[in-house]
Design a protein. Structure first.
Lengths: 507, 600
């Protein structure tokens, strides 16, 4: 279809449509027929008023002091009750790596005092109840979702499971064996290798974010260890409950009071430890026979509640966090066609500084060029102010998409539970859009200079190093686009040996 | 704005009676308003109150990789990418110059294609090169053309506003804009604030009316990287692709949605435009809007903006070739960096077939923690890490699949044998009432769960409408409830037959020879290719050094030597690599020796 044809059909369609509209919608034709504008910037939209909900609208407390968030929705005869606990894999003792993950699964999978794992599954499945439990790095969760009509039975089983899980020895054995089986696949996916090595380099082998289970550590996790970790985390001292769906508030409060009666409060879990490791700048590479180089560029970032976190968010949206409307994606993907995925993120932590991460996956020969372009964009945003349009686009985006955070009742409660658990200022969401509006181009420049420090960054590359290192010397017709890995850190690099998947020892 | 929910005209709960859940016939009923434009484009409008201020909107083109043919495989997906490039007005600061650049670029691109076909395909056929599209083996003629293309692209960039189509949505609060391409359909979707429905109708009708195919070559490279990232970097990706291709004998499902690599490099703008013209006619499109909006406000916008699309009157071609019976058991064995695993796949039924519900329930009986596969293969026999079954029912055909990954020392053929026992059981004995009721209970509850978000409703309405009719959203849960134990036995006997299956067995590839050399390297191997005087010197010195390793008994010191040597090897000239490998081999031997002593 060439352009003149298009223009033709465009005009014809307009003429035909004007007539059709007048026939079909005689009243609309005058009042509501839109005016065709040349560019969407000329469209006018009605104002949309949105006020962020208040945490206190949803929050109650049981007589024991356990917080409960509730939101009723009668759309479906379904109800979800979620127990969130403080505590996570950061509580694992050295040599017990993997204990939290195993315990988290087995609370659900290991039956109760009176039912085997298999029998409990049978009950839940017949009731069509979806039930799960997990322990992540810093939180634990247990949740039941079922038809309102089955809530009595399903919730009674759920409470047995949460308070007195069975840790059925057969199931424990199955899950240990599965964890070890899964480890055998550790070197199969190039990105999985990259993330593992990044964590080790960024957090250090003595920090819970840098540690990984091994065959030995999984085999060392006993049922007694699981019971102890369960008791430490799954008790009312660490608990926040949320309920969403089709239920009656006062009946639900009564149900929860009854279900928690006599459940002993433990001592609150200790604070989450910060890493002691510093990121050593430089190029690191790990060998993998793969069609692309995985490029991860990282440096220490900032904490969630750092006052800089909002202007840094805007800066990073422009740099590489805003999808197609960001510089790294635009340059590496759209303009140069070097990668399908390329971007950057500030992954903030609540208790210590998180990570800045820029990433791209590109065929071996263009891995160095993609890396160079990412650094060019990092340097550009440190050296020149962003444009008014870039800033305005990102500010509009963050303000206009803000209601999505509260679009579903379930999502709203998860946000509030998480905020309370991590001690976030209850006014945070109410001042959020004003903080966004206040950010200037100077702020963005200052944030980039302060929080992006290329000399402190590590570059991790996973792939076929010989090909990657050499770059596109043989394939590129434009001399300005030729790049090799020797262009970074004076050509010095550190090899990370391949690891045995079960021991994580170099092999 | 006041709104009313159209989602449920009858919402009766499942009732609990003596331990059996009895779903009522009209447990849920989704009833969108259907709007048919005069150009043949159909819209499904479903206001919903539950998620205030948000609309999920999308449109689907009833075109997928099944509509392609060899030579243009993957073009449906490539066109989907190109649909984000904007229009002749959106995405450029100078529409006239932009059009002229695109014309010149197409000319050079076509000349490159012609040259590759004439020069490189011949060299390839003669065995002189491995890949006609590999830039490192370009002929001087092709290299010159590529330089022209690069220079034009760089100049073109001066008048391109990159990703403006995305930027407009982003700036107005659009989120999650994306599209997906499958075997049967291409679907474009986004979430937008409730007050911006006109923006969506402007943008989407705009790109359908007047799509710009700018940045053609860079986007081709993006799709090539997508193939490398999502398919080739996946442990089983390439083997799965070959197995698929073997399984579908006559059906156009035989090639991958993303396309064969050689085809990706070869598309021309004419091919892509002609494909667009043929398959994106309004009568082949379905629009869906779900969320916080009023039908009375939406209708005139849809009529006005999408009404601009012209129906050419030429019927859209449909897939004519249906699948032939396998008439025998096929077998595919391969190696990858993957967990050893097994798939047994049977020809089954397309979407909407009368046996679809029974095959779905059959899979449900097998799946889940209380399903037969987990109990038997994972827990009782302890030979599987995971095991699952599913029915894949597409528009023009379908299959039933069993797959499992090994645990411990088990091998894939054991999984295969265990599956045949399960299949025989389903054929020989009726499933129990309780098993059947359990999966029906779950299916009834899941039918509600599937309606709980705008985007889930959007996807289901659009895809069901493409496959058969949007009314499947209401009818399928009822069909599941009607399945009997006899139905399950019947479909097990009909479809799970030996002459109707293909089996894939994957085993783990042996480690890379660099990491663990297969044959031991001798000192002579290691010194080959070095200057004679240097080799003579090393031939004397090295054996002494190797001898010296015996004095070292600290494993970690030896390991750090290996690491240093590996690094040095990465930086070493080619003729020294073998030598470095030899040294690593000798140090590794000493490490193994020390470890063995430690173990005793």
């Amino acid at each position: 279809m060439n352009m003149p044809e298009l223009r033709q059909s465009f005009n014809t369609a307009r003429a035909v449509l004007a007539g059709a509209l007048a026939l079909i919608f005689p009243t609309l034709a005058a009042a509501a027929a839109p005016q065709l504008v040349d560019h969407p910037r000329d469209l006018d939209f009605p104002q949309l008023q949105f006020d962020a909900p208040q945490r206190s609208q949803f929050r109650r407390e049981l007589s024991s002091g356990v917080p409960v968030y509730m939101a009723v929705s009668k759309e479906f005869p379904l109800v979800t009750i979620r127990f969130a606990f403080k505590g996570g894999s950061y509580l694992e003792a050295d040599g017990k790596e993997g204990l939290a993950q195993l315990t988290g699964s087995l609370v659900r999978q290991g039956g109760t005092q009176s039912l085997s794992g298999r029998d409990l599954d049978e009950e839940f499945d017949f009731l069509a109840a979806n039930v799960f439990s997990s322990i992540t790095q810093t939180t634990a969760n247990a949740q039941v979702n079922c038809l309102t009509s089955n809530l009595d039975e399903a919730f009674a089983l759920f409470m047995d499971m949460v308070r007195t899980p069975g840790f059925d020895p057969e199931r424990v054995e199955t899950f240990r064996a599965q964890a070890i089986e899964a480890m055998k696949n550790r070197n199969d996916v190039p990105l999985a290798i990259a993330i593992r090595e990044l964590n080790a380099l960024a957090w250090g082998a003595d920090h819970f974010e840098g540690k990984m289970p091994t065959e030995q550590s999984i085999n060392g996790c006993t049922i007694d260890d699981m019971r102890a970790l369960h008791a430490r985390i799954f008790n009312p001292a660490n608990l926040i409950i949320s309920v969403v769906g089709d239920f009656d508030e006062s009946a639900m409060t009564e149900r929860l009071e009854h279900a928690l009666a006599g459940w002993t409060f433990g001592s609150p879990v200790p604070p989450i430890p910060a890493p002691s490791n510093d990121i050593a700048p430089g190029v690191y590479h790990s060998e993998k026979d793969a069609p692309q180089g995985q490029i991860l560029i990282a440096m220490r970032g900032l904490t969630r509640d750092d006052p800089d976190s909002v202007p840094v968010l805007i800066m990073n949206q422009i740099l590489g966090g805003g999808g197609f409307t960001s510089r790294i994606t635009n340059r590496v993907r759209t303009q140069e066609g070097l990668a399908y995925t390329a971007g950057s993120t500030f992954s903030n932590r609540v208790d210590y500084e998180g990570l800045f991460l820029a990433y791209a996956f590109s065929k071996s020969v263009t891995t160095p060029l993609a890396t160079r372009l990412m650094f060019e964009e990092i340097n550009r945003i440190r050296e020149e102010p962003v444009t008014d349009e870039e800033l305005q686009t990102v500010k509009n985006q963050l303000i206009e998409t803000f209601p999505r955070r509260f679009e579903s009742k379930g999502g709203t409660l998860i946000t509030f539970v998480n905020d309370e658990m991590t001690g976030r200022d209850p006014n945070f969401w109410h001042t959020y859009r004003n903080k966004i509006r206040a950010v200037t181009k100077d702020d963005v420049l200052a944030m980039a200079k302060k929080h992006l420090r290329p000399e402190e960054m590590m570059i991790l590359v996973v792939g076929k190093w010989d090909e990657i290192r050499r770059g596109n010397t043989d394939t590129e017709d434009d001399p300005d686009r030729i790049a090799t890995m020797d262009d970074f850190f004076d050509g010095r690099s550190t090899m990370i040996p391949e690891k045995d998947p079960l021991t994580l020892e170099p092999r | 704005m006041t709104r009313r929910t159209r989602l449920f005209t009858a919402a009766a709960a499942l009732t609990l009676a003596s331990g059996i859940l009895t779903p009522q016939a009209s447990a849920q009923h989704v009833s969108p308003e259907v709007v048919m434009l005069s150009n043949g484009m159909k819209f499904l409008l479903l206001p919903r109150d539950e998620e205030p201020n948000i609309i999920a909107a999308g449109w689907l083109a009833k075109v997928g990789s099944a509509d392609e043919h060899p030579g243009i495989t993957g073009v449906t997906h490539f066109l989907e990418h190109m649909m984000f490039k904007g229009t002749s007005q959106v995405g450029t600061s100078d529409a006239k110059a932009d059009a002229e650049f695109r014309r010149q670029l197409s000319e050079v691109r076509d000349r490159i294609r012609e040259a590759v076909v004439e020069e490189q395909y011949t060299r390839y056929a003669h065995g002189d090169i491995d890949n006609p599209w590999d830039k490192s083996v370009d002929t001087p003629n092709i290299r010159t053309l590529r330089e022209q293309l690069t220079a034009l692209e760089d100049a073109h960039r001066e008048v391109i506003i990159a990703n403006e189509f995305d930027q407009i949505y982003t700036s107005e609060g659009g989120s999650g804009m994306n599209a997906g391409t499958g075997k049967d359909f291409t679907f474009y979707y986004i979430n937008i604030p409730s007050n911006k429905l006109e923006l969506w109708t402007w943008m989407e009708s705009g790109r359908l009316l007047d799509p710009s195919l700018r940045e053609f070559d860079a986007e081709r490279d993006v799709v090539v990287e997508e193939r490398r990232q999502n398919l080739e970097s996946s442990p089983t990706g390439e083997l799965d692709e070959r197995f698929d291709s073997m399984f579908w004998v006559s059906s156009p499902y035989a090639w991958p949605v993303i396309g064969w690599m050689s085809d990706l490099f070869s598309y021309t703008e004419d091919q892509v435009r002609s494909y667009f013209r043929t398959h994106y006619q309004p009568s082949n499109l379905v629009g869906v809007i779900v969320g916080d909006f009023d039908i009375a406000e939406a209708k005139p916008l849809i009529e006005y903006y999408f009404g601009r699309l012209v129906d050419t009157g030429v019927p859209t071609p449909t897939v004519m070739t249906f699948e032939v019976p396998l008439m025998g058991a096929l077998r595919f064995e391969g190696e990858c960096d993957c967990q050893p695993q097994c798939e047994v796949r049977y020809q089954a039924v397309p979407f909407g077939h009368k046996d679809e519900a029974a095959l779905t329930v059959l899979a449900d009986i097998l799946n889940g923690r209380t399903g037969r596969l987990y109990k038997s293969l994972v827990e009782d026999q302890k030979i599987a890490q995971f095991a699952r079954a599913f029915l894949d029912a597409s528009r023009h055909g379908g299959y039933f699949s069993f797959s499992a990954g090994v645990k411990g020392e088990a091998m894939p053929p054991e999984l295969e044998a265990a599956w045949y026992e399960q299949a025989a059981l389903l054929q020989d004995e009726l499933v129990s009432d309780r098993e059947l009721q359990k999966v029906k209970n779950q299916s009834a509850a899941d039918a509600y769960r599937a309606l709980g978000s705008n985007s889930s409703l959007l996807f289901q309405l659009a895809i069901y409408e493409c496959m058969e009719s949007w009314e499947a959203i209401n009818n399928r849960p009822l069909a599941i409830q009607a399945v009997t134990a006899q139905d399950i036995q019947r479909v097990a006997r009909t479809y799970l037959r030996d002459d109707n299956r293909a089996v894939a067995l994957y085993t783990r590839r042996a480690p890379d020879p660099d990491a663990a050399p297969v044959a031991e390297i001798t000192l002579d191997d290691a010194l080959e290719g070095m200057p004679a005087d240097q080799a003579a010197m090393l031939r004397q010195v090295i054996p002494m050094q190797i001898q010296g390793l015996q004095a070292e008994s600290d494993v970690s010191a030896l390991e750090s030597m290996v690491n240093q040597a590996r690094q040095a090897m990465a930086n070493a000239p080619d003729d020294r690599k073998k030598f470095m490998q030899y040294m690593i081999q000798e140090i590794d031997k000493r490490i193994a020796e020390l470890r063995a002593q430690e173990a005793n």
